[in-house]
Structure formats: structure tokens, C-alpha cells
Write a protein that binds this ligand. Sequence first.
Ligand code: NAP
Ligand code: PAF
Length: 311
Amino acid sequence: MPSGSQLPPPPSWSLLGCGALGGVFATLLTQSGQPTQLLLRERHRATLHPVVDFTGLDGQHTLIAIPRAFVADRPAIRRLLVMTKADQVIPALLPLLGKLDKQVPIVLLHNGMGVAERVVELFPDNPVIAGVTSHGALQQGHFVFRHTGRGETWLGPVNEAGRQFAPLADRLAQALGQASWDEQILTRQWHKLAINCAINPLTALYRIKNGELTGPRFADTLQQICIEVADVMNAEGITTTAEELARRVQSVAGLTADNYSSMHQDLEQGKETEIEAITGFLLARAQAHGIMVPVNQGLYQAIKDRSQDQG
Ligand code: NAP
Ligand code: PAF
């Protein structure tokens, strides 16, 4: 590099996984004045990349240009936000092995658990940060995104190097309205997992909206799910009760009454579900502690069977 040559500064954020949630976050980050680039899969190289068509919470429609890049072209990366589905995180990150500077923080924002530990194994020197968000997002077409619900976002460290990155939450807050840092992000991930274990498989199997879970039809099943999840959480050192989990599940099912859960949508659209990272993770931790979780085991198997029938 000739001395004195000036490279443009890298974008503030590089976003890997530009689906529903990624498209909304990329738009909000760009609108907040934080330059963001989309890291797309190689197969998108030949496709037209028009400006992003974004509909905000207020129904306001905006066209916004967000630059795209491909990992093979070695784009400069300052902070990496991974917003794929849980089972896509590792395949999405693999092309970056050996190409990502050690100081680049990797922020993971998928649902489910068990993936972050594998990211730390693959990138042992990078700061790894996990996030939990309850924003709602839909993808309505090719680079057409709708923000459907304002939620809370929490970030926290997965490894030691991640501990220095609390200011990232402030940067996200500039775009999202709120985002906070929590050193105990694992506890928040477990509580989100509990909600997903309860709402996602049932709504997908019975082909119902979230709100139908608040009626008496599912009361016993939900209680059993919560008892089993609470047992595993307590064994993991996350103090909770089945009653607390049930209250949280009822609250989320009520607040999202008119929504179809992500697992319902995935199954209906013939896509892979996140059952492995949600109930599958619970079953693995239950087995490690010698805890029986028959209701969750049954739901896991039923989702796997349904996915196979459709495949
Ligand atoms: P999605 O619409 O399926 O988006 C996933 C995106 O990842 C797709 O656009 C896909 O791109 C991309 N991708 C997959 N593999 C990739 C790879 N190897 N390299 C680069 N990009 C890759 O999913 P989503 O609804 O945004 O959800 C993402 C995560 O956030 C999930 O864990 C979900 O549970 C969680 N979440 C979602 C919401 C929501 O409202 N949507 C809310 C809270 C949490 P292609 O176009 O190439 O397939
Ligand atoms: O996966 C989902 O659909 C969401 O996390 C939730 C909270 C269950 C609402 O639909």
C-alpha cells in the first residue's frame, strides 16, 4: 500500500443475512446515519439489486439505497451483524474464516441457542456478542421489507473479548429507539427460548395464530411445556418457575395474538424450521442433566415429522 494513500473508512456495520429482520435492521441503521453494507450470498451476484423498498411502523414507504458486497471480494468489515436463521449462521460465517480481522466483533441475532458456542470455536480471537430482539419484520418481496413491530433488543457478551463491546448497544439504540447491554445475556436467551419452545411448535402443528394459545384448549399442554423448560433452566443455573414462564408465554401470545409464529410460517412455506436451535437445544440440555421432557420431545418429533412429510 503506497504511503499516504487514503482508503475509504469501512462501513459502520456489515450485515450478513438480509432477510426480513436483516432488511429492517439494515434500513434503520442506514437511516440513523450509520453506513451499512449487506453481505450477500454468492448466488445473488447475478441478480438485480434494486434499492431497498421499506415500509416503516407508521406505514410510511421509503426507497433506500444500501450497498451490497460479497465475502469473496474481501470487503472491509468493521462490525459484523449476523441475521440469518440459526442453522444458517455457521455456513454463512465459514467463508469469512481466515479473512476476518481479530478485532471485528461478531454480533449474533438469531432465535434459538447453541450456535454462539460454535461461533466462538470457529473465531476464538474475535469478540462474540449475542443478541435477543423482539422486533417484528416481514419480507414481502425481493428486497421489500416491512417493520411490523417495535420490540426490545438486548446484547451481551458470549466470550471474554465480547465484554468490551457494550457501546455497540448504544449504536443499535440510535437506529432502533432502544437497545441495551446485559452481561447476563444467557438468561435473556433462555427466557426467549422458553417462549419459543411454547409458542412455535404448537402454533405450527395446529396451524393457528399465536393468540389461540391464550384460550383453555392449550392450557394443560402449555403448563407441561413450562414445567419441563423451568426444570432445565433451573438445572442450568437460571432460576425460574413454571408459573413465571407461563405468565411470559401468555403475555407474548396475547401481544402477538394476530401473528403467525416464525415456525408456523416456515412450515407453511416449506422452509427449514428453527426447531433444532429451539426445542432441539432444550432436549440436548435436558439430556445432559438427566431431566425427562416428554412433552417437548413429542413436539420436537412432530415438527420433524411434519417437515419430512412436506419435504
Ligand atoms: P429470513 O427472512 O429467512 O432471513 C434469513 C436471511 O439469511 C435470508 O435472506 C438469507 O438469504 C440469508 N442467508 C442465509 N444463508 C446465508 C449465507 N450463507 N450467507 C448470507 N446470507 C445468508 O429470516 P428472518 O425472519 O429475517 O429471521 C432471522 C433470524 O432472526 C431468525 O433466527 C429469526 O428467528 C430471528 N427473528 C426474526 C424476527 C422477525 O420478525 N422476522 C423477529 C425476531 C427474531 P437468501 O436470500 O440468500 O436466502
Ligand atoms: O418466533 C416467533 O415467531 C417469535 O419469536 C414469537 C415471540 C414466538 C412471536 O411470534
